[in-house]
Design a protein around this ligand. Structure first.
Ligand SMILES: N[C@@H](CCC(=O)N[C@@H](CS)C(=O)NCC(=O)O)C(=O)O
Length: 415
């Protein structure tokens, strides 16, 4: 079979399978070269593929990124029947290709990645993703009520995109009772993945028996962050902070790139006499009363703002150590804000009846991109404490910094 060029990716990437299946239907193929995302995305790679994500495609004619474009390149080869023959069919095909990427693949990843430990687990987000998937599957089920294939009477590029996007759902998340709610989609998925070209590149698909569930990190991890001996234990907190118990957000199929050196808008603010690093050292190395005295003496209400922070879904929190892990996950996602923010978030209450709340000091007068861009930001309410309220709030802020709030169970310091 004629090779169209080389696809570079890590092994077993379903997005590559989509391209290979498409090629198989047009009597072509791709050479596949496995690369290590950690070590092999060098300057030469970025010169050809500025986005830096895989899969990418290279050939003398064209370099491509976006797996659907790579597969489309195969689908567009001479004598292909995959892209429809009328304007209507062509439009329908592109509709389903976009639907596969945006309405199936996206929400399915939001559901799956936290369960696989590749994103912080935030129950409201995972529940919302599940609802999005159900909406998609409901619509698809109606569409497929009277159809074998999505467009016309034979397999098109639309079916390849949709079936490939459904693979993680059908293998890891949709057990029999859920599949039974979407009988037409299930029939469709089995019909397609039973065909030779799909089997060659996806193997024999085993439908999900037990859906993947969230497994909280082992309890001993939580213990590492456990209650300090209040003030004397500050150095302990520091140690614990460096090891958030949430799994890192990425693995080899979503590897982090080195953080780009983008100048923050916060660096353009007028200089402040309050030096964040100095405060962080002060807080870490002194008893809270000494540290807070220093804080109020040096605080610069023009250069910095104080915020009360409350988790929005306290009634869904269960075990205290899991709540604390949520804080760890949030802090891990706030990495870009480290230079500009300091905060104490604590868990109060008991198992199955606890809350997350705290205080943050943030550079500038509004919530900066470095904070609101963190995936979990939406799960918290940030309420600004105006300078006129400082006197009234001083005592409460002290208690949050000293971890002396009534019902205190566990906490983390963002610094
Ligand atoms: N929409 C893109 C998604 C590509 C993508 O997200 N690739 C991930 C692996 S599945 C990646 O390369 N992640 C590494 C990174 O973000 O640096 C496509 O379909 O090709």
């Amino acid at each position: 079979m004629r090779s169209l060029g080389v696809i570079k990716s890590y092994p077993n990437n379903p997005r590559v399978a989509k391209a290979l299946i498409t090629a198989a239907f047009t009597g072509t193929t791709f050479d596949v070269q496995h690369i290590n995302l950690q070590t092999e995305r060098d300057a030469e790679f970025y010169a050809k593929h500025p986005m830096g994500k895989v899969p990418v495609f290279e050939s003398p004619e064209v370099n491509l990124f976006e797996s659907s474009a790579i597969a489309y390149y195969a689908a567009s080869q001479e004598h292909s029947r995959l892209l429809g023959f009328t304007a209507v069919d062509k439009a329908l095909i592109i509709q389903y290709a976009l639907f596969a990427e945006n309405e199936i693949h996206g929400p399915a990843s939001e559901w799956l990645l936290p369960l696989r430990g590749l994103r912080p687990y935030l129950k409201p987000n995972v529940d919302a993703a599940q609802e999005k998937v159900k909406r998609t599957l409901g619509a698809l089920d109606k569409i497929l009520l009277t159809k074998t294939y999505l467009v016309g009477e034979e397999i098109t590029y639309a079916d390849i995109c949709v079936a490939c996007a459904l693979v993680p759902l059908f293998t890891l998340l949709l057990d029999k009772p859920l599949r039974d709610e979407y009988k037409n989609v299930t029939r469709y998925f089995r019909t397609l993945t039973g065909q030779k070209n799909f089997k060659t590149h996806l193997g024999d698909i085993a439908l999900c028996e037990t859906p993947l569930k969230y497994t909280p990190p082992a309890k001993k991890d939580a213990k590492k962050d456990a209650k300090p001996e209040k003030k004397e234990a500050k150095p302990e907190k520091k140690k614990a902070e460096k090891k958030p118990t949430e799994a890192a957000a990425d693995d080899d199929d979503d590897t982090p790139k080195p953080a780009p050196k983008v100048k923050s808008a916060l660096d353009l603010l007028p200089p402040s006499k309050f030096v964040m690093d100095e405060w962080k050292r002060m807080y870490s190395n002194n008893k809270t009363d000494v540290a807070m005295k220093w804080f109020w003496e040096h605080h610069d209400p023009q250069g910095y703002s104080l915020w009360r922070v409350d988790y929005k879904y306290n009634d869904e929190l269960t075990l205290v150590f899991m709540s604390c892990n949520l804080i760890g996950g949030f802090f891990a996602r706030l990495e870009r804000a480290r230079k500009y923010a300091f905060g104490s978030l604590i868990v109060c209450g008991k198992n199955n009846d606890n809350t997350i709340s705290g205080y943050f000091l943030i550079r500038g007068q509004t919530i900066p991109e470095e904070v609101y861009d963190a995936a979990d930001f939406e799960s918290y309410t940030f309420t600004k404490i105006e300078p006129s309220q400082y006197d009234q709030k001083k005592d409460e802020i002290y208690k949050y910094m000293a971890w002396e709030v009534e019902g205190f169970q566990d906490g983390k310091i963002f610094k």
